[in-house]
Design a protein around this ligand. Structure first.
Ligand code: ADP
Ligand code: MG
Length: 319
């Protein structure tokens, strides 16, 4: 028997697939855990740890659950390692732009500049002893949108492992963890989204074994105005949607939490600027540039295949 569960949480659609398993309790436990993370991390739930921190910004410390404290610490560490391109204090800018929510809104320069002043991970104050967090200035806001799904995926993996499950495919809104193998003869094969086409159209496949694959792209939430694409990954240095040459990057590596944060940063930095980061984290990557060209890192060469003709398809090994 196999088990497949699809459920909504973290503002997205998630699925957990376990081949050769008849313990349906495990999947309920995993889904419940993802909901619990959503309850703690969501900016849309008034009582979440994150909403409480945001509400009392510039005012007072807020006591939070250990896992909230840990993800904030991990996020700060990732900001330091990514030249501040990944920054969970982007909340005010994310809200201002409201990509995917407001209709084709572009803020004026003054509003943008004022809002940018509220962004900066240095303003996250942590009181370890009391498991408390405070943002230094009024109006500051944490948004875990670029790391929460990766973390939740790791938690699902942990729960499955604890229950003795070695083989599964976890997909939390595109943050994928392939545990073990699909069956004794075949590895897991995942599709890579064609950013030029609607969600679910794959242009290539990659084989994974005990690895995670995480994608950041400008093709999910965006609008086009005057021939310019305004998307949901914002560059903290400008306050604007990032403008590297990439339309999508998929990272392949070991830890989904790290890769979630990293994929956002790499997307902002672009191919050249992120070379060192990828080496440092020992991560493989598929880059798709806005001219339609596809670049792979060397480690993917033998396990990547095109599923269909890709416009001006070319594979170039980046490093
Ligand atoms: P997705 O959530 O589409 O998988 P990402 O993991 O790249 O993509 O996260 C993007 C989300 O993270 C945005 O919707 C926003 O909430 C938030 N965000 C946007 N820009 C940044 C940034 N530079 N650093 C951290 N979080 C960001
Ligand atoms: Mg991310």
């Amino acid at each position: 028997m196999q088990i497949n569960r699809i459920f909504k949480a973290l503002g997205t659609v998630n699925s957990i697939f376990i081949p050769r398993c008849n313990d349906s309790i495990v999947i309920l436990e995993a889904a419940k855990r993802v909901m619990e993370i959503d309850d703690r991390f969501s900016v849309y739930k008034e009582e979440s740890d994150i909403s409480m921190i945001n509400r009392h910004a510039g005012e007072r410390f807020v006591r939070v659950h250990d896992e909230t404290l840990n993800i904030i610490k991990k996020s700060v560490e990732m900001s330091k390692l990514t030249d501040c391109t990944f920054d969970i204090t982007m909340g005010p800018l994310v809200q201002l732009w409201g990509i995917g929510k407001k209709k084709d809104y572009i803020p004026d320069q003054k509003t943008l500049a004022d809002t940018r002043c509220l962004v900066g991970y240095h303003d996250i104050m942590i009181d370890e002893a009391n498991s408390s967090v405070m943002l230094a200035q009024r109006g500051q806001k944490i948004d875990l949108g670029a790391i929460a799904k990766g973390y939740a995926a790791e938690e699902v993996r942990r729960i499955l492992k604890n229950r003795g499950i070695d083989n599964a495919l976890i997909n939390l809104g595109g943050n994928i963890i392939a545990m073990g193998q699909m069956n004794p003869y075949s590895q897991w094969t995942i599709g890579v989204q064609n950013p030029m086409k609607k969600t679910g159209s794959f242009f290539a496949t990659i084989k994974l074994k005990d690895e995670t694959a995480v994608t950041s792209g400008s093709n999910e939430r965006y609008f086009i105005k005057d021939n310019k694409r305004y998307h949901h990954i914002l560059d903290p240095r400008t306050g604007m949607p990032s403008q590297s040459e990439l339309i999508s990057v998929t990272l392949i590596g070991k830890c989904s939490t790290t890769l979630d944060a990293l994929s956002t940063a790499v997307f902002i930095l672009g191919m050249k600027e992120s070379e060192k980061l990828l080496k440092r984290f020992e991560v493989e990557a598929v880059f798709i540039r806005n001219d339609g060209s596809v670049f792979l890192t060397k480690g993917l060469r033998n396990r990547f295949s095109f599923a269909e003709q890709f416009e001006s398809s070319q594979i170039i090994c980046a490093s």
